[in-house]
Write a protein that binds this ligand. Structure first.
Ligand code: SF4
Length: 155
């Protein structure tokens, strides 16, 4: 998920207290890099799941599709082509097995506060404010899952 976030900010419980409306509009925008932070980071579990989905070994998947940045695996990206290599006609080509970071968007702890939400999400993601209203409990659960995933980076 190609985002630039301010890691100093964190989840503000009052920001999610009344829930947030979000439904993916299939714009593919979040699957396109917006610069140096545009990485889809992968844990060992992500790489194993994706390799299984593509019916290849984890080592082959890692060699073919991944690169490392600061010791963390991510989907290999090309500065010339900002789109994720699995994005096909604005659709994720590996949707069922997509990385956890892609599943938890936009309920990442570091953007669940008024400042980051407005700076990083609302003007960028057309799914914000649309469709299903997620409760604070649901959002918290996804944010926890994202945080747990982040802890596995580097494995
Ligand atoms: S893996 Fe799929 S959902 Fe994630 S950035 Fe790539 S195309 Fe988008």
């Amino acid at each position: 998920m190609a985002m630039s976030v301010n890691e100093n900010l964190s989840l503000d419980p009052s920001f999610i207290a009344n829930g947030l409306r979000f439904e993916c509009q299939g714009s593919g925008k979040c699957c396109s890099s917006r610069g140096e932070y545009g990485f889809v980071y992968l844990t060992r579990f992500d790489r194993q799941r994706l390799a299984k989905h593509l019916n290849i070994s984890t080592a082959s998947f890692t060699k073919k599709y991944c690169a490392k940045h600061n010791g963390i695996w991510h989907l290999r990206s090309d500065v010339e082509k900002p789109d994720c290599q699995f994005l096909q006609k604005k659709q994720c080509g590996i949707y069922e097995a997509r990385p956890t970071q892609c599943r938890t968007w936009p309920f990442w702890p570091e953007i669940l506060n008024a400042k980051s939400w407005s700076k990083e999400v609302t003007g960028f993601c057309p799914g914000v404010g649309k469709g299903k209203k997620w409760t604070a409990e649901e959002i918290q659960k996804i944010a926890d899952e994202d945080q747990q995933n982040t802890r596995q980076f580097g494995t």
